[in-house]
Design a protein. Structure first.
Length: 319
């Protein structure tokens, strides 16, 4: 947002200050690392009751009283580790860190799921996967696309209260099935084809929904949509097939696999840092900026993860 203002108003400090006084405070803009109006509101609920949505009053209060009263007005005034722990416990983390909570849930369910996979034969696993696919992938997507009669069916199925357990269990069982049972060449190529079709659907359908709706529509880009699921299965089988024989490609897959958790964990930070240096998807045509940025972020995240893996204690977290 600061870059947009500089682009629009220039770097004249007087002009920027005038904009902040006249409009910036009312809009809740951050002009100092020592005062963030959102933090001031969060840690001073008595002021929220007093001032409500009148943002200007918060700035005035901090200048006249808040600073001398040592009220918390920015994260720089708090211990970063305490803040991090509070955010994790309250679920107030970056959106992509939902995966950490999913991992914790899976670890808690693993003893139960382990008994099931040890006792289940291939036919039983197939039944479980088909049911979970319909429940967690197919029906929710149809509901998102407003298929009325499907929504009625989904309401009744939701009464089963399978919820999040079914979502996490599906990927757990799917990974076990694909890794434990060798798939025929016909099945593999069928899955690869579905992965390609899924990719095309993700691109074309999202483009259509965005244009027809006049706004960003990411309904078919969710982790649990069938098209994304088939893309994931295709990549998994392809990687597994590549690792079936020794070679450079196999070594590359194994290296990326060992660093995948660390890459996922820090890639958003890398994106934010690159954005600070002016490199993002808006730097040039998105047709080129998106794949280029993806490769750059992957490379940097991988290198950082490899370095972290060499540090005692941390290597257990990112490996």
């Amino acid at each position: 947002m600061k870059k947009i203002l500089i682009w629009a108003l220039g770097k004249n400090e007087g002009v920027l200050y005038e904009h902040f006084v006249n409009w910036g405070m009312a809009e809740g803009r951050v002009a100092s690392p020592y005062f963030d109006i959102n933090v001031y509101k969060e840690y001073n609920p008595d002021l929220v009751e007093q001032f409500g949505s009148d943002n200007t009053c918060y700035y005035q209060h901090y200048i006249e009283q808040g600073k001398s009263e040592r009220r918390i007005a920015s994260m720089t005034e708090r211990n970063i580790f305490v803040v991090a722990i509070e955010n994790v416990l309250s679920g107030n983390t970056h959106a992509h860190l939902w995966y950490v909570y999913a991992i914790i849930g899976l670890y808690m369910l693993t003893p139960l799921l382990k008994v099931f996979v040890q006792q289940a034969d291939r036919k039983t696993l197939r039944y479980a996967l088909i049911f979970l696919f319909v429940y967690t992938n197919l029906l929710p997507m149809m509901c998102e696309l407003d298929w009325g009669w499907v929504r009625l069916l989904q309401i009744n199925i939701d009464k089963m209260k399978l919820g999040t357990f079914a979502v996490y269990a599906e990927f757990f069982l799917l990974g076990h099935y694909l890794d434990s049972y060798e798939q025929t060449k016909a099945v593999r190529y069928g899955v690869y084809s579905m992965g390609v079709i899924g990719t095309i659907i993700s691109i074309v359908s999202t483009l259509y929904l965005c244009i027809s709706g006049g706004t960003i529509d990411e309904r078919l880009l969710g982790y649990m949509t069938p098209n994304v699921l088939f893309q994931s299965i295709a990549i998994f089988l392809l990687a597994r097939q590549c690792c079936g024989s020794e070679g450079r490609l196999c070594k590359l897959v194994m290296k990326l696999s060992s660093a995948s958790f660390g890459i996922y964990g820090i890639h958003v930070l890398v994106l934010l840092l690159l954005g600070e240096f002016g490199l993002d998807t808006m730097s040039f045509s998105s047709l080129f900026s998106v794949p280029v940025l993806a490769v750059v972020v992957l490379a940097i995240s991988y290198c950082v993860t490899v370095l972290l893996q060499k540090i005692p204690v941390l290597n257990r977290v990112v490996s």
